[in-house]
Design a protein around this ligand. Sequence first.
Ligand SMILES: Cc1cc2nc3c(=O)[nH]c(=O)nc-3n(C[C@H](O)[C@H](O)[C@H](O)COP(=O)(O)OP(=O)(O)OC[C@H]3O[C@@H](n4cnc5c(N)ncnc54)[C@H](O)[C@@H]3O)c2cc1C
Ligand code: SF4
Length: 329
Amino acid sequence: MTPFTYGRAQNVDDALELGARPGAKYLGGGTNLVDLMRETIERPVALVDVTQLDHEIEERADGSLLIGAATRNTALASHPAVRARYPVLARAITAGASAQIRNMATVGGNMLQRTRCAYFYDDDGGSRCNKRHPGQGCDAAEGINRYHAILGASPSCVATHPSDMCVALAALGAVVHLRNAEGERALPFTDLHRLPGDQPELETQLWPGELITAVELPALAFGARSTYRKVRDRASYAFALVSVAAALELDGDTVKDVRIALGGVAHKPWRAWKAEDALRGQPATAEAFRAAAQAELAQAQPLRHNGFKVELARRTIAAVLAELKEMKA
Ligand SMILES: Cc1cc2nc3c(=O)[nH]c(=O)nc-3n(C[C@H](O)[C@H](O)[C@H](O)COP(=O)(O)OP(=O)(O)OC[C@H]3O[C@@H](n4cnc5c(N)ncnc54)[C@H](O)[C@@H]3O)c2cc1C
Ligand code: SF4
């Protein structure tokens, strides 16, 4: 491991001052960053512990929730308002990692966890990776790419975003609150992560030294009729092959409104805008659910080993919508 200093921020100003040092990184639960430091893929010169910052979940008068970035994943998933009004988020979080990791992991750190592409981790094995070494090439493109992207990828990088929580946040239209040296700003969650293009090393829209302070869940009248389904190789402790977060509002037998996001298929949590557009105003039938899934996956570009994900994603979207239709909200 490369030598580094450690400092614990007591407040946001403190964090920004310590985080402004070139080569500094914020430290949440450390469950991803410290692993990457051990592998010498991340080499921060300073760690700024932000776990003492805001870890409250505020229920606001307009029905929204404001969640401090230092909130632990377990605390968020078990919060009564989340379980009752946004079950998709509680289910997504508990589908990820293990109880021990969820007890350590923070909301801010979960959003910025890095891809699980095996070639990205294989620095000392000599794998080429544009994300680790820009311009080097991508061994996953022609390699074992079963876990890789079918949507939004580029020749430079075909990695997927690994987070379950983030898929639910994308479906729920969350907003990320940020602080930087200039002040505050807010980003729609769906804009936080970037597609790889020809710069896969740039993974988010964050500025250098910028701090995630909170994430906001807007009020969603039909949020209670929502769920998360994760398809993976074994029942626990595995990243998603495909996952679906969805919420459904019905007017009789007609789809009034719907939110769908996919995990395991793209470089970012993938909001399924095309499927949503195809469904609004349509009868809530198996045929309409399947057609909406088809509309979204029409743009898929599978790789040599992951063609199965296209049909898997279609079926999972249709199955989740059928489940939501029957759910008592
Ligand atoms: C064995 C194992 C299995 C796993 N399985 C899953 C799974 O199935 N599904 C899943 O979703 N995840 C899984 N994970 C990943 C886990 O969810 C992440 O490691 C965790 O969410 C990261 O949170 P953290 O607080 O520990 O982040 P850290 O490791 O502390 O930080 C991650 C990144 O976020 C940055 N950061 C942290 N806080 C802030 C902030 N407030 N502002 C700006 N930057 C910040 C750090 O600088 C770093 O770059 C698994 C992890 C392990 C080790
Ligand atoms: S897919 Fe992306 S992360 Fe994986 S080897 Fe290629 S460039 Fe690296």
